[in-house]
Structures are given as C-alpha cells and as structure tokens.
Design a protein around this ligand. Structure first.
Ligand SMILES: [Zn+2]
Length: 222
C-alpha cells in the first residue's frame, strides 16, 4: 500500500520480516518537498531509495527527516538517508542525546547502530514546518524522549511506538520494549484527547479511519 492517504506514503519494502512491520512514512510538504518520518533498520535505506525512485521523488527533494525515538528500527538508516538526501534532521532534545550516543541508552529496546548528531531538537508543543505543518508532542514512556507528530489540518497522528497495531486494534507499547509503562499510559491518554482521523503507527496498523476512536477504545481501559 504505497500512497495510503493523499500525500502520505507508507514506504514499501522496509519490513525486516513478514511478521515485523516497520512503517516508514514519506509525507508531502506544503511545497514541492517531502518529509521522511523515521528511517527503518540499518539497510532499509536501499528500499527507501528504491521507493523514492518508484514514486519519482528525487532524494534531494526530501528536505526533512523526523525521528520519533532512538530505537534502531527507527534510526538504523538515518545516516544513510542523510548522506543520500542531505535533509535536515529533527528529534526531541532528550532523544537527540541518545541518538548521538551521548550518553549511551541503557533502557529496553535496541540502541542506535551508530551515533548521529541531529540538526534540530524540538520540545513538546513545537511547530515543525514539515509534512504540511506538524505539532511535536513529547509522548514519553516507550523511551524518555519518544515523540509523536500531529498534523492539525488533516488530523493525522504519526504515533511512533506509542501504539502498536494488532489487527484492527491499537495496543499500548509492549513492556519488553518500554522504558516506563505508566508514563506511556499517560502519553496515550493525552493523545486520545486530540481530534484524530488517522493514526499512523509504526508497527502494525495504520488506522486510517476512526483512528481517534480506535485509540480511545484502548485508553478507556488504561
Ligand atoms: Zn521503539
């Protein structure tokens, strides 16, 4: 499923195995440029570049790369994609330090494969002129600086690993990959209060219609 919503592509070919989906999103900006949200595992850059070629997007048209959090399945191809696109890179200020391996992350989940110093750090509530205009929300729990991106006009939530998709249900980030479950619950409840049409999750999903209701049916029980 390449273009899942107008201007929103779920990049094909990046899943490491059929049972482990990793949804890298390529999103059209207001102008002619594009934004990549997360980058997949090391080696996923080959599939991302092949996909860009398939949809006739020049790598140099990808002007921004946003990272939801430090884990290797999100940052693994960050260096390779910077080299190919020369895009500006963005992460929450806490996560940026871990992506730079300064300090090394000692929490659950796989740390970055190599250090990358991102160009710009954001904090909760910052606006990012990317993907048609995003608000960055700090949604900690999965990792300390985990963040989600909300596209206000179209009511899209790029939720990173805050929610996982299991069939037609959204579930909370699993404990084995999660820094602090109670904090993740608080973040999930906060996101459920937004007006959301589509939840663009990274593992499983996405929930293109009734995304807000889908996550509220989870958070009501938290
Ligand atoms: Zn993760």
């Amino acid at each position: 499923m390449p273009e899942i919503l107008p201007g929103v592509h779920q990049v094909e070919g990046v899943d490491p195995s059929p049972d482990f989906s990793t949804h890298v999103y390529l999103v059209k900006d207001r102008g002619a440029s594009w934004t990549l949200i997360d980058t997949g595992l090391p080696g996923a850059s080959t599939a991302i570049l092949a996909y860009l070629a398939k949809v006739h997007v020049e790598p140099s048209s990808v002007k921004k790369i946003l990272i939801t959090h430090l884990h290797r399945d999100h940052t693994g191809s960050l260096r390779a994609m910077i080299d190919k696109t020369h895009a500006r890179t963005f992460a929450h200020w806490i996560e940026a330090a871990y992506i730079a391996l300064d300090p090394k992350y000692d929490g659950p989940g796989t740390p970055p494969a190599e250090p990358v110093v991102v160009d710009e750090t954001f904090k909760d509530g910052d606006s990012i002129d990317a993907a048609g205009g995003l608000i960055a929300y700090h949604t900690p729990g999965h990792t300390p600086g985990h963040s989600s991106f909300y596209q206000t006009e179209r009511k899209l939530l790029f939720s990173g690993d805050l929610f996982f998709g299991e069939g037609d249900r959204a579930v909370l980030t699993p404990p084995e990959y999660t820094h602090h479950i109670p904090t993740a619950k608080i973040s999930a409840r906060r996101m459920a209060r937004l007006s959301i049409d589509s939840v663009l999750s990274y593992h499983g999903g996405p929930f293109l219609k009734n995304g807000g209701a889908t996550i509220r049916s989870l958070t009501q029980k938290l």
